[in-house]
Design a protein around this ligand. Structure first.
Ligand SMILES: *[C@@H]1O[C@H](CO)[C@@H](O)[C@H](O)[C@H]1NC(C)=O
Ligand SMILES: *[C@@H]1O[C@H](CO)[C@@H](O)[C@H](O)[C@H]1NC(C)=O
Ligand SMILES: *[C@@H]1O[C@H](CO)[C@@H](O)[C@H](O)[C@H]1NC(C)=O
Ligand SMILES: *[C@@H]1O[C@H](CO)[C@@H](O)[C@H](O)[C@H]1NC(C)=O
Ligand SMILES: *[C@@H]1O[C@H](CO)[C@@H](O)[C@H](O)[C@H]1NC(C)=O
Length: 468
């Protein structure tokens, strides 16, 4: 009995050595694993809109409206398009990835690691062609996304938005554009307008820049002291679950497999290294259809883990993690309802209201409306439960150029609203649940009553505070 066990162990050990040898001997004929990995579902908030649009095209989208409904106004919230990374990601990427790349190349030359020659070559030729001064700028892909979205909006609501070039004066009051105090939202607004007007001349449109750095409407959370203190900047708040996940088993396994794949057994791969490889992989893959050479560091399972760690951060700082995250989005929802109330009266009103803003705004508004809420919260310890099917997936709901439209219709003179997220009709809890989910304005006013932002965001008085 004993000897049999020993024999089996020996045979196993021999098989292992020979398979490792095989892997190393066939270095040059080795297949390139990354050729079979589609990274596009795992790009998190760096998902370019073309990925979403492809999914939409694959599904038949029909929303038959009753004949007696006429569009009166469109109110739309749009996240800026595909952009460059932040200065800190550019800096760290240039620094730590250049170093890491040298190590990977040397490891490969010594027959270590599992990358194929092409994958290593692509890394060798990799150069990040931007510097810190280019941080967060909209890239050409972003311009295309917004222009195309504008074109499709015009086509879909042609009856409402049809632009009369002989009537320049009226067009000014008919469309309202507002963007935050950033290049990427300004440029996004410009390109959306080019598509919407079907003209490169957008001089007729009045673009309103945020009055303040902290726009109380488009970036309300920057004025929410309670949220900043209790969630965003609190180590036990918004970031906690993501940090704990990065300290857990899934991440440990991920680091070990990436180390083995890159042949970096002599190097202690840090969480920052992994983070930079993932961020660079996702940003570079968003800019064009060529996946970034850095994506070759990961398998599909690795990407699922990385995506989830990113997901946790957004769930807890902008989503359902804390009620305060989405409760504070009321000023924007109130703004929409007020526009619709005004427009359902007979006075002249804008035909379209277009706001160009950021991820943090989009997610909080989606959660305020009750969309994409999973029964089970996303925790650092329930990745298995959420791995394959979860509603909260920022790569789908908060891509670059993510968009939420609310369209006011007059149906037999009853004002009703249709919501479209990523250009597809969505049902709001408490509203009719049959497509196209037209919801009476009256119902919406009851569902989303007036709220007091100041009160929601006020920090509780500190007890025992001494007057001085
Ligand atoms: C950088 O390279 C990418 C693709 O490799 C290209 O799409 C982009 O236009 C380049 N950017 C600049 C500023 O040259
Ligand atoms: C707008 O400008 C682009 C690029 O300069 C050009 O390709 C396009 O034909 C122009 N479109 C119109 C409608 O003038
Ligand atoms: C990381 O995990 C270890 C052991 O599982 C634990 O002791 C430690 O407190 C964790 N650190 C953080 C920052 O979560
Ligand atoms: C690797 O890094 C971790 C965390 O920084 C550290 O605890 C560990 O001792 C390091 N291991 C080696 C072999 O350097
Ligand atoms: C709605 O109309 C009122 C009264 O004319 C006006 O004060 C208010 O600014 C309008 N609201 C919006 C969002 O346009």
């Amino acid at each position: 009995m004993k000897s049999l066990v020993i024999v089996i162990i020996l045979v196993n050990a021999l098989a292992k050595t020979s398979s490792l040898q095989k892997e190393e001997i066939s270095l040059n004929q080795r297949s390139c694993h990354s050729e079979n990995v589609d990274v596009s579902p795992y790009l998190s908030t760096r998902t370019p809109y073309r990925v979403i649009h492809e999914q939409n095209k694959a599904k038949i989208i029909r929303h038959h409206l009753p004949d007696q409904c006429v569009a009166r106004q469109i109110w739309m919230l749009v996240r800026h398009g595909t952009r460059n990374p932040s200065a800190s990601v550019i800096k760290n990427s240039l620094k730590s990835l250049s170093l890491l790349r040298e190590k990977i190349v040397v490891a490969h030359q010594n027959g270590k690691g599992l990358l194929c020659a092409t994958e290593v070559n692509r890394l060798q030729n990799w150069a990040m062609n931007i510097t810190e001064i280019d941080e967060k700028l909209l890239v050409p892909e972003g311009e295309r996304e917004l222009k195309n979205l504008g074109s499709r909006t015009l086509t879909k609501y042609f009856g409402l938005l049809n632009y009369d070039s002989d009537d320049l004066e009226n067009s000014e009051i008919n469309l309202k554009f507002r963007y935050t105090d950033t290049e990427r939202t300004y440029n996004s607004a410009q390109h959306f307008a080019i598509g919407l007007l079907d003209s490169n001349d957008t001089s007729q449109v009045q673009f309103t820049k945020s009055p303040l750095k902290h726009d109380p409407l488009l970036r309300f959370y920057q004025s929410c002291l309670k949220w900043k203190t209790e969630v965003k900047d609190n180590p036990d708040g918004g970031k906690h679950q993501s940090v704990a996940f990065k300290n857990g088993t899934e991440y440990e396994v991920l680091k070990a497999t990436v180390t083995r794949r890159l042949g970096l057994q002599d190097y202690n791969l840090s969480t920052l290294d992994v983070d930079m490889m993932y961020k660079t992989c996702t940003f570079e893959s968003s800019w064009s259809d060529d996946a970034s050479p850095w994506c070759a560091a990961f398998s599909e399972e690795d990407l699922q883990v990385l995506e989830y760690s990113s997901e946790l951060k957004y769930y807890w700082t902008d989503g359902y993690g804390y009620e305060l995250n989405y409760k504070q989005a009321c000023p924007l929802v109130q703004d929409m309802l007020e526009h619709f109330k005004n427009a359902s009266r007979a006075t002249p009103q804008p035909k379209g209201v277009f706001y160009f803003t950021h991820s943090g705004t989009m997610l909080k508004v989606l959660a305020h409306l009750g969309l994409y809420r999973d029964k089970e919260p996303l925790w650092h310890h329930n990745f298995d439960h959420h791995k394959s099917s979860r509603l909260w997936r920022v790569g789908r709901i908060d891509s670059f150029a993510a968009n939420l439209a609310a369209v006011l219709y007059s149906c037999d003179s009853t004002p009703k609203v249709m919501f479209l997220h990523q250009e597809r009709p969505v049902a709001i809890n408490g509203c009719p649940s049959e497509e196209p989910f037209l919801c009476p304005l009256e119902t919406l006013e009851k569902l989303f009553p007036y709220c007091n932002f100041e009160q929601i965001c006020r920090l509780p008085e500190r007890t025992g505070q001494q007057s001085r």
